[in-house]
Structures are given as structure tokens and as C-alpha cells.
Design a protein around this ligand. Structure first.
Ligand code: GLN
Length: 283
């Protein structure tokens, strides 16, 4: 067997012995990442791996065997066609969140407005949502707010590497940094896991992802409650609030939205049949 495939086989078997599912695919991804190559090149050319590359590869395997997510090992992930850099303290963008972005874009396209669109992303993390919207609405003014300074450094860097100039990332607690502004679209993927459920999540999440980006308080809905109770002050009439939601939270969010004076809302399922998006329209 040629050298690269031999190495890949050894890597896959090592990952498999550490109970990593998809061990071959993950080994493949590590090699592709290190060589900056695509799969076809890898299998067609079967390039030789030099010693420094092999060492780096085994460094990755060692980290992965401790259950560190591949995205942190690579320092980046793909989201909505963009490269998003991430690291310790920053939530890894999830594929489900692309559905939230997709729905927000559909809603925002339907808005009639005379002035340039104002968009707010609360708990913006890596900036993945704000930047996806920035790419789709280049004339909009977009604000991304997060409590974590560490996270905002990544968000600012992600704006630069993706060439987005219409997003400002600001530090603060929810609406606090944008007190004097109004928005056509407010979007948020806030922490929404119940505090007591965090330690039983898969080790990749429980051991490595920032708890403050996951922990939605005792009932998981702490942030929705605050956002919903204040959103009307920051939304233009006919403005839209789009929330990513967790498993089994839609009923509770519906009643909280009603209690905050909203009446027009819709809940949308993700690919696994979980209500993942709440669209709340300010009529
Ligand atoms: N979707 C993430 C998870 O299931 C949670 C993200 C969040 O709390 N906003 O782990």
C-alpha cells in the first residue's frame, strides 16, 4: 500500500480504537487539511507525506483522541459558504444554524423599507450569522453583539477574512450596546441548553465548548425571555425577530412571545424534525 494510504489506515485505526465514529473520514479530513488538498488529488496523486506533516498529523490525532472537536483542532469551519475561524471560548457554528440564516434571509427579503436595512445579531459568537447576512445584504448595516471579548476577536477577524465591511461587532449584554437604535431584523442563537443537561452532552461539547455559550439557565429559555421582553423597543413596526430554538422549546417560546405582545409567529423544523427556528413578526 502506498505511503499516504498506509498512514491514513494507521490514523483511522488509531481513531477507531478511541471510539471516534467516522474514523476514516476524520483521518482523511486531517490529511486534506494539512496538505490543503481535495479528495480527488489525495487518491489520484497519493502524495508522500514528509516527516513534519506526519508529526503534525499525529499531533491532531492525539488531540482528537481526547475528544477535542475537529473544528478546534483545525481552527476553522465552514458556514454558509464562508470560512469561519474559531478557537477556545467560541461556539462552533452548527449546520442547523444555516437554516436559521436561510429563513431570516427569506423574511428580510420580504420587508418593504425606504432606508437601508438595520440588522442586529445578539449573542453573535464567531459572527457566522451576522457575516452570512452581510454577504447577502451588502447595503445593510449589521451589528453583532456578544458578552465575550475573546469571541469578538474571532468575529472581527472573520469579517476581515471574508471581506465583509458592513458589520460592526460590539461587546455588551444583549441590547445594551445598541440602546439608541432600531432594527428591521433582530436575529439570535442564544445559549439554550438547560444548565443541568450540559454535562451529559457529548464530550466534544461538554469538555471543549464554552459553557457560557450553551447555558440557557435552569429551563434553557433564560435568554429568550429577556430578548422577547425587550425586542419591541428595538424593532421597527413590521420588523422581524428570528430565533434559533432548542428541542422542545417552541411552546414555551410561543407563550413568552404572546406575553410580550407578539401575535404573528411561526415555528420551523430542522432536518431532524426539531423546531429550530422561531420567526416572530412585529405587527
Ligand atoms: N446547538 C447547540 C447544541 O445543540 C447549542 C447552541 C446554543 O445553545 N445556542 O449543542
Amino acid at each position: 500500500m502506498p505511503p499516504l494510504l498506509e498512514t491514513l489506515r494507521a490514523v483511522a485505526s488509531s481513531l477507531r480504537s478511541g471510539n471516534i465514529d467516522d474514523s476514516w473520514k476524520e483521518g482523511e479530513e486531517m490529511i486534506l487539511h494539512l496538505l490543503n488538498a481535495d479528495r480527488t488529488t489525495l487518491y489520484r496523486d497519493n502524495p508522500d507525506l514528509d516527516d513534519p506533516t506526519i508529526n503534525r498529523l499525529y499531533g491532531m490525532v492525539k488531540r482528537r483522541l481526547k475528544r477535542e472537536p475537529l473544528q478546534y483542532i483545525f481552527g476553522e469551519t465552514d458556514f454558509y459558504g464562508m470560512k469561519i475561524e474559531i478557537g477556545p471560548g467560541v461556539l462552533i457554528p452548527r449546520p442547523e444554524t444555516e437554516i436559521v440564516v436561510e429563513k431570516a434571509i427569506e423574511e428580510a427579503r420580504g420587508l418593504k423599507k425606504d432606508e437601508p436595512m438595520m440588522i442586529l445579531d445578539l449573542c453573535c459568537g464567531s459572527g457566522c450569522i451576522a457575516l452570512s447576512l452581510a454577504g447577502r445584504f451588502p447595503d445593510a448595516s449589521i451589528y453583532g453583539v456578544d458578552l465575550s471579548a475573546a469571541t469578538l476577536k474571532y468575529a472581527a477577524r472573520n469579517a476581515i477574512i471574508n471581506g465583509m465591511k458592513n458589520v460592526s461587532f460590539v461587546q455588551g449584554d444583549l441590547f445594551e450596546p445598541v440602546r439608541d437604535r432600531k432594527f428591521h431584523l433582530i436575529i439570535s442563537n442564544p445559549p439554550y441548553i438547560r444548565s443541568r443537561d450540559i454535562e451529559s452532552l457529548q464530550p466534544e461539547i461538554a469538555l471543549y465548548e464554552p459553557p457560557e455559550a450553551l447555558d440557557g439557565g435552569e429551563d434553557g429559555v433564560k435568554y429568550y425571555k429577556i430578548i422577547l421582553s425587550q425586542a419591541k423597543d428595538y424593532l421597527y413596526k413590521k420588523g422581524i425577530l428570528v430565533l434559533e430554538t432548542g428541542d422542545g422549546q417552541s411552546t414555551l417560546i410561543e407563550s413568552m412571545a404572546k406575553a410580550s405582545g407578539f401575535s404573528d409567529m411561526e415555528f420551523i423544523k430542522d432536518y431532524s424534525g426539531i423546531y429550530r427556528v422561531a420567526i416572530i413578526r412585529n405587527r
